[in-house]
Design a protein around this ligand. Structure first.
Ligand code: FE
Length: 133
């Protein structure tokens, strides 16, 4: 691990790119079909781009067609936290990294059987690696 996780806003600004900061810390959304992991089928692990925590395994990734990387389940129970999001006139559930509280995306109940869960995640909030570290 290269450095200690930031604890203040100015440290996050230093660590993250402008686009990463916009999504992870300000809860922005990358444009649909723009992210590098939207269509990406390698086998491995998706980590938090903010703090390197494990978030999703490629086995749970599926092609939803929504324009963002989509997953049916988180990698571990305590990897992700849920926050009610009533912004933009919608009732959604935001998902954040449990470790650094960085914004990841939202979770919906229109995923594939049997759980019908779809984690809709910004590519920019993720870092993929082919091997466990
Ligand atoms: Fe994180």
């Amino acid at each position: 691990m290269e450095n200690i996780d930031p604890t203040s806003d100015s440290e996050w600004r230093d660590k993250l790119s402008d686009n990463e900061y916009q999504v992870l810390r300000l809860k922005g959304t990358e444009p649909p079909n723009s992210g590098k992991y939207n269509i990406h089928n390698e086998i491995g692990i998706y980590y938090c781009a903010g703090c390197d925590a494990k978030l999703f395994h490629s086995e749970s990734k599926f092609q939803s067609g929504c324009g963002w990387p989509s997953f049916t389940e988180k990698i571990e129970d305590d990897a992700i936290e849920y926050i009610k999001d009533n912004s933009h006139g919608m009732n959604r559930t935001e998902v954040v990294c449990a470790s650094c509280k960085g914004h990841l995306g939202h979770v919906f109940n229109d995923g594939p059987k049997p759980k019908y869960i779809r984690y809709c995640i910004n590519s920019i909030s993720l870092k993929f690696r082919t091997e466990l570290v």
